[in-house]
Design a protein around this ligand. Structure first.
Ligand SMILES: [Zn+2]
Length: 130
């Protein structure tokens, strides 16, 4: 029985196939660190609560201070949720949404939404107790 042909790159540290594998490995790695992923998931959950509470009042989304251009971006609920899902999927967001003409009064900051949600839940707790 003939011996199989010897891999010419066996024991060769510069094996191009190995370099290729290492490269592939980088690509399948989780794009976000576990902490970043957790943050994004929490944001997504918060966002759903904010939307349920605020959308009936005519709030159309959140205003986000953009670290890239230093301007405030008015981001609708759908786009904000899509951005977070994209962050979870591919580890990046579309930084700039298509330009439109938002009414700043229709948007709230994340902090405002959080305060509103906290206040609403506290009020709900109190009314259940009494
Ligand atoms: Zn920007």
């Amino acid at each position: 029985m003939d011996e199989p042909p010897r891999d010419p790159f066996l024991d060769d540290p510069s094996d191009p196939a190995q370099a290729l594998e290492a490269l592939d490995g980088d690509h399948v790695d989780e794009p976000l660190s576990p902490d970043e992923r957790e943050d994004a998931l929490n944001d997504l959950e918060d966002l759903e609560i904010f939307r349920v509470l605020l959308e009936p009042d005519g709030v159309r989304g959140v205003v986000v201070d953009c670290s890239d251009c230093g301007e405030a971006h008015y981001v609708g609920w759908d786009l904000m949720q899509a951005n977070l899902r994209q962050l979870l999927d591919v580890g990046a967001t579309r930084v700039h949404e298509p330009p439109f003409d938002p009414d700043p009064h229709d948007y709230v900051t994340w902090d405002y939404a959080r305060g509103y949600a906290d206040g609403t839940m506290r009020a709900a707790d109190t009314s259940e107790e009494s």
